[in-house]
Write a protein of this length. Structure first.
Length: 58
C-alpha cells in the first residue's frame, strides 16, 4: 500500500508545479532555439557547398 508523504500535501504539490512551470517553458524555448540554429547552420553549409561547386564548374 502506498503511503503519501506528509511533507508533500496537495497544496505544496500544486504550488511547486506552478513554480516550476516557467522553468519548463524556458527549457523548451531554449531547446527550440538551439534546434533552429543547428538547422540554419546545416542549410548554410549546404549553400556554401553549392557555391563552391558552382565556382569550380563555372
Amino acid at each position: 500500500m502506498f503511503v503519501f508523504p506528509a511533507i508533500i500535501t496537495p497544496t505544496t504539490l500544486a504550488v511547486s508545479i506552478l513554480a516550476l512551470a516557467p522553468f519548463g517553458v524556458l527549457v523548451i524555448l531554449i531547446a527550440f532555439v538551439v534546434w533552429q540554429v543547428k538547422r540554419l547552420n546545416k542549410i548554410d553549409e549546404k549553400l556554401k557547398d553549392i557555391q563552391e561547386k558552382l565556382k569550380i564548374g563555372g
